[in-house]
Design a protein around this ligand. Structure first.
Ligand code: MN
Length: 263
């Protein structure tokens, strides 16, 4: 299985440890308190750059394409976007040109693909206006919001948090960050996902109900966005199940393809 590049994780981890006392007010208040063990920093390689992108939080937008909102039972009118999070260590990084082994997770019998554009923030704030929101975007990549649909639906039916359906190990699949300085901002263009060569999801970024700029603006009303936050911007219609052995190929116009094999 491909995991985040170990060297970059270690390099960033060392930096994080060196800066820990200044980054954490609590650590300063306690004096030279040292962590009792190290936990790897989560980083994503950046295409064409030596530096890596450190991840602070993963936000995900739900039901952001009209046809997907309908298939999930929502009113497709422009109701406010809703958000959930995945843990940063749920990231599975997929290198360019690789077909990364992705483990079929425990507990589910209905494991779904959701191809999504991912935006990575270089800065943040609160109450960011849509007009200025894209100034905070460092870059983009292709992502998969992998979902244990049976567990998500089961918890939703009981009006319980559906964390178990969304926030498990390897559930946040993505490729290297492509700097927006090179790709430009992505507001339109084809987005698709094929399983074993057969196209399952096929839409256009311009069919998002809430654009990336609007997502950032809305998110920043609820949370202080910060450097290192990434946003999964929702999936188009025709989500569906995968099984062991399936090969998923994800495409977004203007970005390199990303692919995994379910194992
Ligand atoms: Mn999703």
């Amino acid at each position: 299985m491909n995991t985040i590049d170990r060297r970059s994780v270690l390099a960033t981890g060392a930096l994080a440890l060196a800066g820990a006392a200044t980054h954490s007010g609590r650590a300063e208040a306690q004096g030279a308190a040292k962590p009792i063990f190290s936990v790897p920093a989560i980083t994503i390689p950046i295409a064409g750059e030596e530096g890596v992108f450190p991840v602070r939080r993963i936000y995900c937008i739900g039901r952001n394409y009209v046809a997907h909102a309908i298939e999930r039972g929502s009113d497709p009118t422009r109701e406010p976007p809703f958000f959930f999070q995945k843990p940063t260590d749920a990231i599975q990084y997929v290198a360019l040109g690789a077909v990364a082994d992705h483990p079929y997770p425990s507990l589910t019998k209905n494991y779904h693909h959701e191809v999504e554009l991912v935006a990575a923030l270089k800065s943040g704030g609160t109450n960011i206006s849509p007009e200025h929101a894209l100034d905070h975007v460092y870059g983009y990549t292709v992502g998969l919001d992998m979902t244990r649909r049976d567990l998500q639906n089961g918890m939703a039916a009981e009006k319980k948090p559906w964390e178990i359906g969304k926030s498990f190990d390897h559930a946040a699949v993505l490729g290297p960050i492509q700097p927006a300085a090179k790709t430009g901002h992505l507001a339109k263009g084809a987005i698709s996902l094929a399983v074993n060569g057969a196209v399952r999801q096929n839409s256009d970024l311009d069919k998002m109900i809430w654009s990336v700029a609007e997502q950032i603006a809305k998110l920043s009303e609820a949370f202080e966005l910060k450097t290192g936050d990434i946003i999964y911007s929702g999936t188009p219609e025709n989500v569906g199940p995968v099984v062991k052995g399936d090969v998923l190929l994800c495409k977004i116009e203007g970005l390199p393809d990303m692919s995994i094999r379910i194992t």
